[in-house]
Design a protein around this ligand. Structure first.
Ligand code: P5A
Length: 444
């Protein structure tokens, strides 16, 4: 992409209304625009990052055998009355009436709707387990939306639902999602730790939040530092293997605020490993048995005419929140520099030429580099404007594309000045640069 043709409305200064760095940066480099309180438009740069996150989340769901579908944003109140949550959900639910005066709502989550879809189609235990997910907008009329897209009213969520015959099989499904979340966050270069959590309005008695550490996070956590060293590699999609993985994490005390017990914390965590801090919840998984299948009468035949309610769990990832969470984790406050993980960066590499009024040779050179990289399957952005060199570099340090080719005095002949944000610059040939980026991309 040529920057002169992009829609990236960059602001000169940090917007004063934004309190945390992710919100500031997203407004500053034109990733989002507020449309009304807690409701945002996603501009091309922000949308591109979110779509890349979505794709990684999707791939990791597919790998554990979950199947993608798409449910609507608007739901009928009927099924919510069946489950009993229509009244329980309170003011967070946006209620709408259609022209026939029917009570509708903008879905804050989909346990009821997916259970209704399941019960009308699946009758036998032979079709179990079923793991279904969609990636769809949700609406929660939060009392205090804040921090931009981190706690907003309309947000993009991946929500999955599992249906099993019994508790044992259902725990297996739960553990599959547990593993897939560890893998998803790793691909996003985040260290997200599973912590025992409260279940709130979703319900059930087994639940984990996946939390990344950040001072600006809204979740208070109590944890054992050793949990950050747990290696989640090498586990297979088998019951035993996944149980082992969960056990390994659960050796270390790690809970959110609502689950905190002072005595247990002090008993289980030696002084030097205690960590009480804040984090951002990027995912949340629940096991709730027949909480929805019973009132909604979702059962399967399992033996000579015997029927039982299916055992269910639900599994959420805050796809839009992750955009902000990655910024919180990767932004360097001191130098005002952002570095996106290559897996979700809006572009793979920036080409930044020094262009003077009467010499366009650097621009010509940049254009042929640009073409070459595209042919290699790399997604570059070329700054073809005549803005001065240092402010171009500053702008790209803020946008956060992790690699840069600087076409200025230090790029001569075949050797180009190559920068990885936050590291010493090097002089490499174009082929070396293309090979390096291709190799890095293949590891995503
Ligand atoms: C799990 C999937 C659920 O809704 N039902 C379906 C369950 N869980 S949850 O914890 O309430 O939400 C899942 C994830 O969505 C993100 N999230 C938000 N993101 C931005 N703004 C909000 N207001 C918001 N609320 C929830 C979080 O990442 C959460 O883990």
């Amino acid at each position: 992409m040529l920057i002169s043709k992009t829609f990236i409305p960059i602001l000169k200064n940090n917007p004063t209304e934004a309190k945390i760095k992710s919100h500031q940066l997203m407004l500053r480099v034109g990733m989002i625009r507020q449309s009304s309180a807690g409701i945002y438009s996603w501009l091309p740069l922000g949308f591109k990052v979110m779509k890349k996150i979505e794709q990684i989340v999707r791939e990791e769901q597919d790998k554990i055998g979950a199947q993608e579908l798409l449910m609507p944003t608007i739901q009928s109140s009927e099924i919510w009355k069946e489950s009993g949550r229509y009244d329980d959900y309170g003011e967070e639910m946006l209620r709408i009436k259609d022209r026939q005066n029917r009570e509708m709502l903008y879905g804050p989550t989909n346990e009821e709707l997916i259970t209704e879809i399941f019960r009308s189609s699946i009758k036998s235990y032979k079709s179990l387990p079923q793991l279904l997910y969609h990636i769809q907008w949700k609406f929660r009329d939060e009392l205090r939306p804040r921090f931009g897209i981190m706690r907003c009213r309309e947000f993009y969520m991946k929500d999955a639902y599992s249906f099993d015959l019994n508790d044992d099989e259902a725990k297996f499904s739960y553990n599959k999602f547990y593993l897939s979340y560890l893998k998803t966050f790793k691909r996003l270069e985040l260290s997200a730790i599973p912590m025992a959590a409260d279940t709130g309005p979703i319900g059930g008695n087994l639940s984990h939040e996946f939390i990344i550490l950040a001072d600006t996070g809204e979740s208070k956590i109590y944890t054992d530092k050793r949990i950050f060293e747990v290696d989640s590699e090498g586990y297979r999609l088998e019951k035993k293997s996944l149980e082992e993985l969960r056990k390994k994490f659960e050796t270390y005390y790690s809970v959110t605020d609502e689950k905190y017990n002072k005595l247990e914390f002090e008993k289980n965590v030696p002084d030097k490993y205690r960590l009480i801090t804040k984090g951002i919840e990027v995912g949340h998984i629940f096991y709730f048995g027949d909480k929805y299948s019973k009132p909604l009468k979702a059962s399967v035949d399992f033996q000579e005419g015997k029927k039982d309610f299916v055992k269910m769990g639900s599994y959420g990832v805050g796809v839009s929140r992750l955009v902000g969470a990655i910024i919180e984790a990767k932004y360097n406050d001191k130098d005002e520099i952002m570095k996106w993980p290559l897996s979700v960066s809006p572009y793979d590499i920036a080409i930044i030429p020094l262009i003077s009024k009467n010499d366009t040779s650097n621009l010509e050179k940049s254009k042929s580099i640009y073409q070459f990289l595209i042919e290699k399957g790399i997604d570059p952005i070329l700054d073809d404007t005549d803005e001065n060199f240092s402010s171009k570099i500053k702008k790209f340090n803020l946008i956060g594309v992790p690699y840069q080719i600087l076409i200025g005095k230090k790029s001569e002949g075949d050797l180009l000045e190559f920068n990885e944000i936050g590291k010493e610059s090097k002089r490499l040939s174009l082929n070396q640069i293309a090979d390096l980026i291709t190799k890095l991309k293949s590891k995503i």
